[in-house]
Design a protein around this ligand. Structure first.
Ligand SMILES: CSCCC(=O)C(=O)COP(=O)(O)O
Ligand SMILES: [Zn+2]
Length: 270
């Protein structure tokens, strides 16, 4: 199985930086809801640059630094929205479920806002967060942002993450939680997963118990998967699938392939 070391996403260079496409602003805010009024105890060292919701790792935000807006290449926004829309159309992101993200660079990613209809997203429904999952632009990020952040922190080559709530992922992850994984084996469709070139392949999709404490859940995933780059995704029991790719198209292919494979396994158990 191949390792996830290479960055090949169109529009993102080897350091993870966007390189092409006309940048579009993603709901720029200045220092969160309270604006830039003075805050007791906040030193000039802590102040964010204009365009940031708060001081962040990508921009120390020193007073006097140049204005820096968080921008998303138009092509990246379009492909992210298209991924969400495709998953919704397939019935994998119903009733506001699911969330989708794309890496901007080594320090930031763009993710869908929380609680929105994933079949009707617009560019303003995306916001920028840092790799700790803290928002850098205005709005409430997906409740599951810590799970996306965990993947981006651990895997520098990953530039897109998709989370879906299909019936197959939901049912199988509950039924097989005690085993701790779903086996996907012998299917031609396995070849849609990067690095696999024969149906004579067997992979395991780990299953984690669901947890409403998402940072704790992300910590558990991190502790168990670490930077294991031979894992294509994982399931949350009774909840859904997380998968990813080195570019949005690869993430989309992995969602479609894994959802297809889970349906096959589910049918086979009936
Ligand atoms: C209605 S599904 C419950 C929340 C969830 O699991 C999900 O994937 C969507 O959460 P978000 O905050 O990203 O809208
Ligand atoms: Zn979810």
């Amino acid at each position: 199985m191949r390792r996830f070391g290479r960055v090949s996403s169109a529009g993102i260079d080897e350091s993870g930086r966007a390189t092409e496409g006309r940048p579009i602003p993603v709901e720029i805010s200045v220092w969160g809801p309270r604006g830039q009024q003075s805050r007791p105890g906040l030193s000039s060292e802590d102040r964010p640059a204009a365009g940031h919701a708060r001081a962040c790792s990508c921009c120390p935000g020193r007073v006097g630094s140049s204005v820096q807006e968080h921008r998303l290449p138009e092509s990246a926004a379009a492909t992210l929205l298209s991924l969400a829309s495709r998953c919704h159309a397939r019935g994998w992101a119903q009733a506001t479920s699911g969330n989708f993200s794309v890496r901007l660079d080594a320090h930031r990613f763009v993710i869908t806002k929380s609680g929105l209809d994933k079949g009707a997203l617009r560019a303003e429904d995306l916001l920028v967060v840092d790799l700790e999952g803290s928002p850098l632009t205005e709005g409430r990020p997906s409740a599951e942002t810590p799970l996306h952040a965990q993947i981006y922190r651990r895997r520098p080559g990953i530039t897109a993450v998709a989370h879906t709530h299909s019936v197959a992922a939901t049912v199988l992850s509950r039924a097989l939680l005690a085993e701790g994984y779903v086996v996907l084996s012998g299917f031609e469709m396995l070849k849609a997963l990067v690095g696999i070139n024969t149906h004579e392949t067997s992979i395991r999709l780990p299953i984690f118990p669901n947890d409403q404490d998402v940072p704790r859940l992300a910590a558990q995933v991190d502790a168990e998967l670490g930077d294991d780059d031979c894992v294509y995704g994982y399931l949350l029991a009774g909840h859904g699938l997380y998968t990813w790719g080195e570019n949005v198209n690869e993430a989309a292919r992995h969602v479609e392939a894994i959802e297809f494979l889970l349906e096959c396994v589910l049918h086979g158990r009936r």
